[in-house]
Design a protein. Sequence first.
Lengths: 212, 176
Amino acid sequence: MKTDDLIAALSADNATRGAPLSRAFAVALGLGMAASVVFFFATLGVRDTFFASLGQPRFLFKFVFSLTMAASGLFLAWRLSRPGAVAGPAAKTLLLAPALVALASLAEMATTPATLWPARMIGHNALHCLILIPLMALAPLLGLFAALRHGAPSDGRRAGAAAALAASGLSATLYAMNCPDDSPFFLAVWYMIAAALVVALGWLAGGRWLRW
Amino acid sequence: MRAALAGDSLAYKRLLSALAPFLRGVCAKFCARIGAPASEVEDAVQETLLALHLKRHTWDPAQPLTPWIAAIARNKTIDAARRRGRRVETDIADFEDVLAAPDGADAFERELDRRDALRLLDQLSARQREAIEAVSIRGQSLRDAAQALGVSEGALRVSVHRGLKSLADLYRLKSQ
């Protein structure tokens, strides 16, 4: 086939065009998140003290942390979804969630006696956290991968990792409603390890499935 | 590109035709550097045009067009290099330079232009290949081609689009 013939075929196909990326992202997040929310309320549900805890800064900080993680990952994945896009300021927002949890940990050190620190860091059920956050991240991650495949990320691994960070932030937000541990120490260790596992998965999967 | 996205197929055809020599320049330079034979150049050009077409919804009209095209060309030439089992790192600046300052089409380029690429066409299903050949090689409009093949215009449009998608998939499989 000659190049001119291909061009003729391409312009004949001009009427058929992909949906805008914003719609792909919205659908992906909506469906992926819906699946995880259904799973969460069907199997875990909010913890008994959920409503009583709504006034406690430690409890509320968990959501500030997880939503910051989700937002920065999503922002970066969105930026990286087009060819030739530069991450720019989106890459810097990645530091936001770890910085927040570091500051909160300092505050925790200042306000609680050192004898309590190890118990707060180890928490009640770290394994639960390490399993459930990655598990509930799968559906939003799948959705975001579908959206990224509709796009055309120049670097699949980085885009995949960013999507995974967004998915684990969303998943951590759900999990935090059930998790009995509110200390920033617990977040700094177990939530971060759980997110790192998902990000590693996203990086590997992105290199394989986000090629176009 | 804006007119093309608004549905102006003629403007789209003009844009792609104007881009082809630039892309050929980029791909020729790149293939020479990785030691690929000139026969691969036209493959890479066509693969880039295909990707550009199938991913054109990812261009943000608020952004300049050149870096977007350069990124696609880079991605596709790396794929072409992978097919030869080579790992290459390229700088996006190489692509933008060539896109920004094309030199005229010399005899070498015209020679490349005459080469056949997309030999993968033979691997498509009969219906898809027929559809693509009808609207391209015989240069018929969608309506005329549909009449000649005895199918509806809508069905032909779907076949053409699926055929182009399959071609891009075949290229990708080859480079994995």
